[in-house]
Ligand binder design. Structure first.
Ligand code: PLP
Length: 445
């Protein structure tokens, strides 16, 4: 009865109650073990139950957990901002702390607009984004998102920002398979800027690798270099939403490093605290900060819990743990191992159309016909069925939203904690294989 007071994601569904976690494993109160094959929502990157974090948490809590940011700064928040500036590429030297990825992208949007206002460009306030994207659940973040199911009830209240195609190579929006990629999806940005007028646009926002809305969709090489070039030509800021990809997940500390591109603004979340506390950040370059420093000297954003000492101390220890244990390199190495294993599954199951992603942010897309890449009929509910089968067998994988609501193909994300061993990957893949076997048998029945 007590559990009925909590509004859960799906109200007619029964959820097991979590008991505890250890490493890549979670346990429910019935004692059932689950491999956290998606790190929750691509978050628990250092695994569960890490005592170093508990100690850092306790140490900070003993001193002070909360002091309002308008009254005090803290050693923990200062140190975290410094650490992030050392880790980030280029001159992304400034951090503004918030509590969730949605707040980080929403703040990125506001800072971009404020940057131009401080320079006297009052009308530069539109943000271009991509269809097939997810930047968060708050109204500003949703306005920048192409996540149809999460948007649809609120469309009349959302900003009508311009959108361009995603670099979705498996289903190339420009049919480049025969003619070769000419990065036309990047050039769409230039067309959109010319149509809307650069005097009206503050920024372009993109997830380096598209996560929740499509399942680890990875752009072709050269895409972000071209995007950055276009942004510079037209004086548009480039915001990289690294909420899912940031802090080692893809085998680099920041995913944009794969393409050697430094964004003007980065949004971070999830892996920043690996799930040990809610904290997120918006990082900005010296160039973006300069007019604000000279002008109003205050960023018009922030929340009660922004930069609270407790969350900052936890995040700082998570970053230190990642460095001490070389987990960014581990993400790359284990990612390659897992990628090969998933390719092995694709040889066995012809419903796997695409294996993609970088590091330990990997995705599988499913098709009813591999040659024509025909998606499954939505009525089949392929993704939820696979996810549920795996869950029943003790493996958590993450359904891409498109697969549930039909905005892209059926797809799942596989993104275990970066501490996973090869033996644990073998176990993960074994359960996935058994789930796919069962599903395939049902489809052929
Ligand atoms: N941006 C990206 C790329 C995400 O994947 C997410 C969440 O999945 C968000 C923003 C929103 O983050 P949060 O759920 O912490 O608000």
């Amino acid at each position: 009865m007590e559990r009925n007071h909590l509004i859960k994601p799906t109200l007619d569904q029964d959820y097991p109650t979590i008991s505890h976690g250890n490493g890549i494993y979670l346990y429910d109160t019935d004692g059932k073990q689950y491999i956290d094959g998606s790190s929750g929502a691509v978050t628990a990157s250092i695994g569960h139950g890490v005592l170093d974090i508990v100690e850092a948490m306790t140490e900070q809590a003993r001193k002070v957990s909360f002091a309002y940011r308008s009254h005090f700064t803290s050693g923990a928040a200062e140190a975290l901002a410094k650490k992030l500036s050392e880790l980030a590429p280029g001159d992304l030297n400034w951090s503004f702390f918030v509590n969730s990825g949605s707040e980080a992208t929403e703040t990125a949007m506001k800072i971009a607009i404020q940057h131009w206002q401080e320079k006297g460009f009052e009308r530069k306030n539109r943000i271009i984004s991509r269809w097939t994207s997810y930047h968060g659940i708050t109204m500003g973040a949703l306005s920048m998102s192409g996540h149809v199911p999460r948007r649809k009830r609120f469309v009349p209240l959302l900003e009508d920002f311009p959108s361009i195609s995603a670099p979705y190579c498996y289903r190339c929006p420009h049919n480049n398979e025969t003619s070769g990629c000419k990065l036309k999806c990047a050039d769409e940005l230039e067309t959109a800027i010319q149509r809307v007028g650069s005097e009206n646009i503050a920024a372009f926002i993109a997830e380096p690798i598209i996560g929740a809305s499509a399942g680890a969709v990875t752009p072709p090489d050269g895409y972000y270099q071209r995007i950055k070039e276009i942004c510079e030509t037209y004086d548009i800021l480039f915001i990289a939403d690294e909420v899912m990809t940031g802090i080692g997940r893809t085998g680099k500390m920041f995913a944009m490093e794969h393409w050697g591109v430094t964004p003007d603004i980065i949004a971070l979340g999830k892996g920043m605290s690996a799930g040990y506390t809610p904290i997120a950040a918006t990082m900005i370059t010296d160039r973006v900060m300069e007019p604000i420093l000279k002008g109003s000297k205050s960023i018009m954003a922030g929340h009660t819990y922004s930069a609270n000492p407790l969350s900052a101390a936890i995040s700082l220890e998570v970053l230190s743990y990642i460095e001490r244990n070389d987990l960014v390199r581990a993400a790359e190495e284990k990612g390659q191992y897992l990628f090969k294993k998933l390719q092995g599954l694709a040889e066995k199951f012809d419903i796997i159309g695409d294996v993609r992603g970088k590091g330990l942010l990997l995705g599988l897309e499913f098709v009813s016909d591999r040659v024509s890449k025909t998606p499954f009929d939505l009525q089949i509910g392929l993704t939820p069925r696979l996810v549920n089968k795996a869950f029943a067998k003790g493996l958590i994988i993450y359904p891409a939203a498109g697969a549930i609501e039909g905005i892209a193909g059926d797809a799942v994300i596989i993104s275990p904690p970066l501490i996973i061993t090869n033996e644990e990957i073998d176990r993960l893949v074994m359960i996935l294989e058994a789930s796919l076997d069962e599903l395939q048998q049902e489809l052929h029945a």
